[in-house]
Design a protein around this ligand. Sequence first.
Ligand SMILES: *Cc1c(COP(=O)(O)O)cnc(C)c1O
Length: 488
Amino acid sequence: MRSHLLNDLTAEHYRRSVTEGVERVADRLATTDRPFTGVTVDALAPRIDGIDLDRPLHDTTAALDELEELYLRDAVYFHHPRYLAHLNCPVVIPAVLGEAVLSAVNSSLDTWDQSAGGTLIERRLIDWTAERIGLGPAADGVFTSGGTQSNLQALLLAREEAKPEGAGWEASDTLARLRILTSEVSHFSVRKSAKLLGLSPESVVAVPVGHDRRMQTVALAHELERCTRDGLIPMAVVATAGTTDFGSIDPLPEIAELCAQYGTWMHVDAAYGCGLLVSPRRRGLLDGIERADSVTVDYHKSFFQPVSSSAVLVRDAATLRHATYHAEYLNPRSAVRERIPNQVDKSLQTTRRFDALKLWMTLRVMGAHGIGQLFDEVCDLAAEGWELLAADPRYDVVVEPQLSTLVFRYIPSAVTDPADIDRANLHARKALFASGDAVVAGTKVAGRHYLKFTLLNPETTVDDITAVLDLIAGHAEQYLGESLDRAS
Ligand SMILES: *Cc1c(COP(=O)(O)O)cnc(C)c1O
């Protein structure tokens, strides 16, 4: 069994095994003609359940053959130009190379003595990102597992900063009086974080958005005023730079102004919109982000990085102390005096992947500009898709995109019952998924079912969009035809 341990004696085995795996994936990518095979849970589950995990194959090739059947053949492929569903991006090759390196070396970024250069590379990338945002000289941050964790950590810091001087949470009703103000279309991880942070169920105040799905600052001002009047504590405003559904960017300068006025922590959730930090043509959309106290960025959404790659940035490094705990065996206090850079002092995680290496390799091979250009291309495509949809009488489209999502719904001319239209759209999405020809997402707008394209693949063309709209219309028509037949 020792032949499977990666070490000086097995370097050749490692090379052969990994190359064999890479070959399989390369063949699969080269020959995949649809984003999905349409496999069902019922078809796939017995195959996976049928594997006896206590009877190993003792053979890499056989295990890869098996994996083809269980996974590779029927996986959902984000690199395919007709995958238009969620915020998953096709990935860039330098980052995949970084992934291969980081898992083989297996640095853990909690402490310097488990990572050495890895820690310094992560720190450089945090500084680089903070500089792109414009957070100033005292900024810091840390890589996280994703936007959800970044938002949680940012709100933890905001909560601790809102604590009245010298008071414990127990001694007062302060915890119950904390409020987080965020738009009604912000990410659900804000509410989840509030729960994890022990805040009351009423703690998250949903601020209305306008037709453009951006937070209404007049409403925010009103809520801040109301909180103060009612003896509540506006602990944080969470602005979204790229909402998950609409890609809308809240008015950051006005929000920053209000936060300054009320002394409220400003968090910007740029999980989606962070790609604008490197965009040659759209950086202006993030104006005002430099005034944030904390920022979430998901490189695994708009920097074309493999999952996971994300970070939380803060304006004032000192606020990260709220996540600092010391263990004698790992990161003793003395290490701080000795200036040993132990990243665990800043993180909610302990053992932690060297995800930063993927971004490092990307910047070193392609450059930030290259990434930004790719993101600009998908935003351009969304603008063209908007034109198409707005001119197409078969579709109702919700809002002109600032980033790369399109939310729309099929509206058959002969049908007027909104419930029938809902069912037709739901059916079209499911039928499309089952066919594997394309994958689109769905969401609700004002209680009605809509469909959604999240465009993150620069290889997707206007022709792809046209073709998928025709497929959707076809499935919806077929459904309505059949259900009208049944009714008559
Ligand atoms: C995706 C997303 C998140 C959550 O990020 P994960 O990386 O999926 O945890 C948070 N906020 C916004 C706006 C998002 O789009």
